[in-house]
Design a protein around this ligand. Structure first.
Ligand SMILES: NC(=O)c1ccc[n+]([C@@H]2O[C@H](COP(=O)([O-])OP(=O)(O)OC[C@H]3O[C@@H](n4cnc5c(N)ncnc54)[C@H](OP(=O)(O)O)[C@@H]3O)[C@@H](O)[C@H]2O)c1
Length: 234
């Protein structure tokens, strides 16, 4: 897979913690590649840039998804890469069904759009422990999402499987997560060897890995846990 120096990328989740950091890094002037970024969001982005093409719709609805396709067609965009940092929590979604509709079905719908519009690479933030057979509902949904993305026919797929994300979420209060963000790093020194994957990790590193992987050559499906994410982010 080779990607031109100026290439098109669909970024899902640009208003989120990881997605927002990835967006800023993708737009940085000194990147090796000048990505044109198409970002479907239901909230307005606080950023403007000549290479940023916001698509303000609700990507979670069929109408919103049809609108994304219309914009790509109208602007004659052939995508190279799909980057996804969309996700919710069981609490925020309100039910298991609503959570699965976002973390699995919405991700798959957007990945499908990216694939239909030419993307040959997908880079998707998942979670450590994601597996379709997991006893945890959250991890099972993430695993089912990964299995679905694999079936879409991308030439290269990278799943990032971080541990707990560390970072400030603008305008969103998640008290449970705040407590975990304080306590989990204290455990990090004890999580050694294969347990390192369960360490908390700064969202900046996950975003930097997303950006480093975008446009990377090669094919096949790769899963990156903390150590590999940190290597990529360097
Ligand atoms: N938090 C953790 O500790 C952790 C650990 C491992 C993996 N992860 C995974 O890492 C990824 C990124 O996490 P994050 O903390 O950066 O996420 P985040 O800050 O909560 O952002 C999530 C993004 O998804 C979008 N989104 C959520 N529900 C949506 C819906 N119904 N329709 C359209 N867009 C929707 C949000 O849009 P709005 O801004 O419009 O809400 C936002 O852009 C997620 O997949 C998450 O599951 C998180």
């Amino acid at each position: 897979m080779s990607v031109p120096r100026s290439a098109n990328l669909l970024l899902a989740g640009a208003t989120g913690l990881v997605g927002g950091l990835a967006l800023a890094a993708l737009l940085a002037a000194d990147r090796r590649r000048h990505w044109q970024i198409y970002a479907p969001t239901r909230r307005a982005l606080s950023l403007t840039h000549p290479r940023l093409h916001p698509i303000e719709i609700d990507p979670g609805t069929p109408t919103g998804q049809a609108q994304i396709e219309r914009v790509l067609v109208a602007q004659g965009v052939r995508l190279d890469c799909f980057v996804c940092a969309i996700g919710s929590t069981l609490k925020a979604a309100g039910s298991q069904a609503a959570f699965a509709a976002i973390d699995r079905d919405l991700v798959l719908a957007l990945a499908g759009i990216a694939r239909r519009h030419g993307a040959r690479q997908a880079i998707v933030v998942s979670s450590v422990g994601a597996a379709p057979s997991s006893a945890s509902f959250y991890l099972r949904v993430k695993g089912e999402m990964e299995a679905g993305v694999e079936k879409l026919g991308f030439e290269r797929v990278d799943f990032l499987q971080p541990g707990l994300l560390l970072g400030e979420r603008a305008g969103v209060s998640r008290p449970g997560e705040r407590i975990a963000q304080v306590l989990n790093p204290l455990l990090n020194p004890f999580l050694l060897g294969s347990l390192r994957r369960y360490r908390a990790i700064p969202a900046e590193k996950v975003a930097a890995a997303l950006v480093a992987l975008a446009g990377r050559k090669g094919s096949g499906v790769t899963r990156l846990t903390n150590a590999a994410i940190e290597d990529c982010a360097r």
